[in-house]
Each structure stands twice: as structure tokens, then as C-alpha cells.
Design a protein around this ligand. Structure first.
Ligand code: ADP
Ligand code: MG
Ligand code: MG
Length: 198
């Protein structure tokens, strides 16, 4: 793995979220309260504003700082969950991660999200995209393959019935729409993969 340029990663992630904010909001309008795009954009712009300071830190500290910032700024249910993802990644990752360390850290971070959200795979949440992306990483897939797997996993949330988050209030009416948080994860997985490889 090439040396990690965190400032570039932050810029790319914030650009992607900004470019897709309306799409994410529209997904959340169908089965939630229609704020997911705005929530994510607010959070990633707050991280972007401190990209230089964050990327000057050792990677574990930088990821923890990003997680804390996301908890403080994204809001909603997804803020603490995306925040937990980055906080836990920061706890588990080494300063100079290889693929094995990144994979192990990502696995632990997903466990932390599930614990925080009291959620599991199959409940139509971001976990339904995080877990297949993680398994693809474990299986040695390329960044492009992992991104495609994450896209298909987000598509696969469409027929699911939501059992966590606001969409679960709709019961069967949550069926037939993509989970907004899952779509965010797929967007971030593709962007991070392309940035790490490019
Ligand atoms: P809110 O629903 O509070 O308005 P957002 O709209 O920002 O928050 O985020 C909604 C997304 O958060 C959902 O699409 C889902 O992916 C994720 N989510 C909600 N609750 C949980 C949970 N308990 N576990 C995992 N993910 C969750
Ligand atoms: Mg919402
Ligand atoms: Mg909300």
C-alpha cells in the first residue's frame, strides 16, 4: 500500500459527499426524515475544514480526531455511527498500516458500529454495506472490485425491511427503497479505494 495521503483522502471524501448530498437526502426522504445528505455534508465539510491539522497527526490520532468531529457535526443517528467507525479505526490501526492491519482494524470498527447501533447485518442499515466491503477486503479483492461489491450491497438493501433507525418506523413500507446510510458507505468505499490506488 502506498503511503497514505490523508489530506487527499479527506478532500476526495468531502467532494464525493457534497456531489451526492441531494441524492442521499432524496433516499432519506423516501423512508426517513430527509436529512441524511445534509447531515453527511455538514460533517464532511467540518472535517475538510481541518484537513491540514488532522493530516499532520499520526494516522491513529487523525482518524480519532475525524471520528470525534463527525460525532459532533453529522448529527442524527448516522453521526454517532460514522463517528464510531472512524474512532474505532483509529484505535485499531497502526501509524503505517499494511493491508492486513487495515483489514483487521476495519473489522473491529464495524463491530463497534454494530455495538453502538445495537444493529446487525440484514436490518437495512449502513452495516449491510460495511460488512460485504470488509469481507471483500478479507478475500483480497482489488479496490475496484470492493467498490462494485459495495454498490451491489447498497442495491441489495432495496428489498430489505428496515429494523433499525427511523425507516423501521415504516415497517413494510420501508421495503423498495435503498438505505441512505448504506449508499453513503458505498460512495465512501469507492472514493477511498480510488484515492488510495490513484
Ligand atoms: P436520522 O435517521 O437520525 O435522521 P440520518 O438520516 O443521518 O439520521 O442517517 C440514517 C442512516 O443511519 C440510515 O440510513 C442507516 O444506514 C443508519 N442507521 C440508523 N440507525 C442505525 C443503527 N441502529 N445501526 C446502524 N445504522 C443505522
Ligand atoms: Mg435522516
Ligand atoms: Mg434526522
Amino acid at each position: 500500500m502506498a503511503a497514505l495521503d490523508l489530506a487527499r483522502l479527506i478532500t476526495a471524501a468531502a467532494d464525493t459527499i457534497a456531489a451526492h448530498a441531494e441524492e442521499l437526502t432524496a433516499l432519506d426522504q423516501a423512508i426517513g426524515d430527509g436529512d441524511h445528505g445534509l447531515n453527511m455534508k455538514r460533517g464532511f465539510e467540518a472535517v475538510r475544514a481541518e484537513a491540514q491539522a488532522f493530516s499532520a497527526k499520526p494516522l491513529p490520532e487523525a482518524l480519532k480526531a475525524i471520528g470525534t468531529k463527525l460525532v459532533m457535526t453529522v448529527g442524527g443517528a448516522s453521526g454517532p455511527l460514522f463517528g464510531t467507525l472512524f474512532l474505532a479505526l483509529g484505535k485499531e490501526i497502526s501509524a503505517t498500516p499494511d493491508r492486513a492491519n487495515l483489514t483487521a482494524a476495519f473489522g473491529k470498527a464495524i463491530e463497534a458500529v454494530g455495538a453502538r447501533g445495537k444493529s446487525q447485518v440484514g436490518q437495512k442499515t449502513m452495516l449491510d454495506v460495511l460488512q460485504p466491503a470488509y469481507e471483500a477486503l478479507v478475500a483480497g479483492k482489488s479496490a475496484a472490485e470492493i467498490a462494485d461489491i459495495a454498490d451491489r450491497a447498497a442495491d441489495a438493501t432495496v428489498p430489505m425491511k428496515a429494523l433499525r433507525g427511523r425507516a423501521s418506523f415504516l415497517g413494510d413500507r420501508s421495503i423498495g427503497h435503498m438505505d441512505a446510510g448504506g449508499r453513503s458507505v458505498a460512495l465512501l468505499v469507492r472514493t477511498i479505494g480510488e484515492t488510495l490506488e490513484g
